[in-house]
Design a protein around this ligand. Structure first.
Ligand code: FAS
Ligand code: PHB
Length: 398
């Protein structure tokens, strides 16, 4: 049994864990990151695609944004497609902020490369199996790497291990309040080698269901279709996927292409309160999950990492625990705003299970209102870009 010591033990090498480790390093604070999967797996996993301006700026300011600036795509806004027409919502005109399209796996690659470049401890294929003594001053993480068992003694444990990790389990033992909503539908997502049909994202509401046209590069499209939550991929041969995308997106000429990745993502909302207990701090999907309609998941994870890194830097520098004790409250204000917006966008753009005609007309009415009212469009833009509540509005490293 190997036993090592560090200041911050981090579980999970997703956006939250990797950025936390990076920001702590910039403050001279040691950490060890445990990641259950291989490097190849986490760098290949296709997930989110949208970075808010604050998140992009944070990556840039902390020295890991160079490739994002070269390869990321800046978008002024999004399109809403409904009732056979397409309408642009110009975020820059409405809020002064746009968004950057840059795949989550690219963010993960950049953060892993930065950590390995300075020799930061990052243990792949190492599963955290237990977290103990979180109520004391010396918590420990037990982990398994192959046949080896190990223990990491630390001052603080940061559970960044996603919605199925051990962090949520350990937190659950402290009787947090769990707020949860399951949706009756999910997203069938494909990554396809075909040029995007539009220069910006298209969110489409159609009487057969929701569709989203996103992208990763000028040659690679990322496309989603609303499907029943328990849908079987076998019911979706490629021909049917492309036909339904053309119909719902209003893009009869959408070219098909080689499908590079395909999967069905369930839709749910969840918040665990509080996001901390003693020396355990929980970040990202381990603490909160949002339906991806608002493009918030990765941005929330990065924002939690920024808040916790700033609070730990103050605590290590001066012993002042104020920000550390307020970590959960500070994050939850942002999280609940994002939960509300994600639920709003999900309910606005997806068919309900009953295909209720009254709800359908309410959706069309609100979509039409968004295209007529600068105030309504401004509220959507402010929430989508987090212009009022995002990274820039919380915490600071210095
Ligand atoms: P992550 O889940 O990214 O990372 C947690 C890491 O911890 C993983 O690498 C996992 O292997 C590791 N881990 C788990 N248990 C462990 C243990 N016991 N020991 C060690 N390591 C452990 N968001 C969007 O905004 N748009 C999208 O389109 C979108 N699509 C998604 C598709 C899927 C299939 C999923 C699951 C999520 C999607 N999300 C999307 C949300 C997603 O982007 C998350 O919000 C984001 O990954 C959260 O980042 P982290 O909190 O770092 O957690
Ligand atoms: C994506 O590009 O994967 C994406 C974009 C916007 C969303 C969800 C996913 O709301």
């Amino acid at each position: 049994m190997s036993s090592v010591r560090t200041q911050v033990g981090i579980i999970g090498a997703g956006p939250a864990g990797l950025l936390l480790g990076h920001l702590l390093h910039l403050q001279g604070i040691e950490s060890i990151i445990l990641e259950d999967r291989s490097r190849a797996y986490v760098e290949r996993r296709v997930r989110a695609g949208v970075l808010e301006a604050g998140a992009a700026e944070l990556l840039r300011e902390s020295g890991v944004g160079a490739r994002m600036d070269r390869e990321g795509m800046f978008h002024r806004g999004i399109y809403l497609q409904f009732a056979g027409a397409r309408h642009h919502i110009d975020f820059v005109d409405l809020t002064g902020h746009g968004i950057t399209i840059y795949g989550q796996q690219e963010v993960v690659k950049d953060l892993i490369a930065a950590r390995l470049a300075w020799g930061g401890p990052l243990l792949f294929e190492s599963e955290a199996t237990a977290v103990r003594e979180i109520e004391g001053d010396h918590p420990v993480i037990c982990y398994r790497q192959g046949d080896e068992e190990g223990v990491i003694a630390c001052d603080v444990v940061a559970a960044c291990d996603g919605s199925h990790g051990i962090g949520r389990t350990v937190l659950a033992a402290t009787s947090p309040r769990i707020y949860e909503r399951e949706y009756t539908f999910g997203w069938l997502g494909i990554l396809a080698r075909t040029p995007p049909a539009s220069e910006e994202l298209i969110y489409a509401y159609h009487e057969t269901g929701f569709a989203l046209h996103s992208m990763r590069t000028p040659e690679i499209s990322r496309l989603y279709l609303q499907v029943p939550a328990d849908e079987d991929l076998k019911n979706w041969p490629e021909r049917r996927i492309w036909a339904e995308l053309r119909l719902r997106l209003g893009e009869p000429g959408l070219p098909s292409g080689e499908i590079l990745d395909i999967g069905i993502t369930p839709m749910r909302s969840l918040v665990a309160e509080p996001m901390q207990c003693g020396r355990l701090f929980v970040l990202g999907d381990a603490a909160h999950v949002v339906p991806p309609t608002g493009a918030k998941g990765m941005n929330l994870a990065l924002a939690d990492a920024r808040d916790l890194a700033a609070a730990l830097a103050t605590w290590y520098r001066s012993g002042d625990r104020t920000a550390l004790d307020a970590y959960s409250d500070a994050c939850l204000r942002r999280v609940w705003q994002a939960e509300h917006f994600s639920a709003f966008m999900t309910n606005l753009l997806h068919l309900d299970a009953a295909h209720d005609p009254f709800q359908h007309r309410l959706r069309l009415a609100h979509l039409a209102y968004l295209t007529r009212s600068r105030a309504a469009a401004g509220s959507l833009a402010e929430n989508y870009t987090s212009a009022a509540t995002g990274l820039r509005a919380v915490g600071s490293l210095d």
